[in-house]
Design a protein around this ligand. Structure first.
Ligand SMILES: *Cc1c(COP(=O)(O)O)cnc(C)c1O
Length: 409
């Protein structure tokens, strides 16, 4: 038997596409519509059974299929459908799986946009959501009702960096005949949710995968059957709602995907270094690579160790005022940018309670442990992280943050 471990970066590298004229990159198809040599083939394509024929670019296009193939290879799924944004991927999946009304059991610490969609938008369509602490299997199972169709989580949650036990959740999903949908945006290559039993894996390509903060994009990875459902001309959410990525953009994302493995290693190396030092300095750091993280051992068993524990970490500096002062000073000293989003070459920081998670009401933020002084860091690709650490430490000393942290030790 062949027990070759699953290697997402090798799977991407093994795919070979040539351009129309022998180019080392595939040619970009600059067309919204495609001709047919016979009218009969056009009819067959509408019926969904003309393999290899293109019809219209909202349905599929050569470059979107190339990028989709590469991302399916990365996640180890049969197929994938790229979308114009991560939210385009998330909303089409949920609408497809909850057609005709339904119930979702979701992690309560998730991306603010996903939370708002479930909480405020879906109830208008008869689809309701129960938000739970995803780290507690009994709580998750107790929330399942006869109407439940979807179990939803993020591998590593935004912004609190809670870890979902995907294998355990997949067992629960199977037992109750639910689809387990996992947003893997924070941990590409590190974690392969489909290999642990997830039915659908979603990414916002906007973040690490594209990595250059120049576009939004998304992808849905799943079975060929599910991807075909999403693209169905009669009732497919991706086809009918139309969050289609442009071919020029999918070409540029495919090129950036080529360096993802190198970038993820550097993001993780830098974040692990900073998290360890800041923790020693007495700061309240949350990073899955620290032994103090409640799910450190679980996550250690889930990751492909080559890629480490990822580039995301949080530091709680006590109050929103301090957080804002620190972020402004770090930006002033060119240590990163005060910006939302993640996965850029430069470190990005924001205070999620008043930005990316502001959709979540204050009392709920408090309950889930999202405090005002929390800063979310997406650690960059800094060449010399020791130098960065010293400069960040100086910023904290200058603002009296480090002295306070040390005195509470
Ligand atoms: C950014 C993000 C999204 C949304 O993606 P967009 O590309 O901005 O639409 C979804 N989930 C997570 C975890 C994200 O970080």
């Amino acid at each position: 038997m062949n027990h070759k471990p699953f290697s997402p970066a090798d799977n991407i590298q093994d795919l070979q596409y040539f351009g129309e004229f022998g180019g080392v990159n595939p040619s970009i198809s600059d067309s919204s519509t495609y001709t047919f040599l016979s009218a009969k083939t056009m009819f067959d394509t509408f019926e969904g059974n003309a393999e290899g024929c293109y019809l219209y670019s909202r349905h599929s296009s050569p470059m979107n299929l190339y990028l989709g193939q590469a991302l399916a290879a990365m996640e180890g799924t049969e197929a994938a459908n790229v979308c114009a944004s991560g939210m385009g991927a998330i909303t089409t999946v949920l609408l497809q799986l909850c057609m005709g009304g339904g119930h979702i059991v979701s992690a309560r610490t998730i991306y603010g946009g996903t939370y708002a969609f479930m909480k405020n938008f879906l109830p208008g369509l008869g689809i309701t959501t129960t938000f739970v602490d995803i780290t507690k299997a009994d709580v998750v199972e107790a929330a399942i009702t006869p109407k439940t169709t979807v179990l939803y989580c993020e591998t590593v949650s935004n912004p609190l960096l809670e870890v979902a036990d995907i294998e355990a959740l997949a067992k629960i999903a199977k037992k109750h005949n639910l689809k387990l949908v996992v947003d893997n945006t924070f941990s590409p290559l590190s974690v392969s949710p489909a290999k642990m039993g997830a039915d659908v894996v979603i990414h916002s390509l906007t973040k690490f995968i594209n990595g250059s903060s120049d576009t939004v994009g998304g992808v849905v990875c799943g079975t060929q059957l599910f991807i075909d459902d999403l693209r169905n001309v009669n009732n497919g959410a991706a086809m009918l709602l139309g969050p289609t990525m442009d071919s020029l953009r999918s070409a540029s994302i495919l090129k950036n995907l080529r360096t993802l493995h190198i970038r993820m290693k550097q993001h993780s190396y830098n974040a692990q270094y900073l998290a360890e030092r800041f923790e020693q300095d007495g700061l309240k750091v949350v990073y899955p690579g620290l032994e103090s993280h409640p799910s450190h051992n679980l996550y250690k068993g889930m990751i492909n160790p080559e890629y480490g524990f990822g580039g995301m970490m949080t530091v709680d500096v006590g109050s929103l005022d301090k957080a804002n002062e620190l972020m402004e000073l770090m930006q002033h000293r060119n240590l990163g940018y005060l910006a939302v989003s993640l996965g850029f070459y430069k470190t990005l920081f924001s205070a999620p309670g008043t930005s990316t998670s502001s959709e979540i009401p204050m009392d709920e933020q408090k309950e889930m442990g999202l405090s005002n002084g929390l800063i979310r860091f997406s650690i960059g690709l800094d060449n010399d992280i020791r130098r960065t650490y010293k400069m960040m430490r100086t910023c904290m000393q200058d603002l009296g943050i480090l002295k306070e942290a040390l005195s509470t030790l």
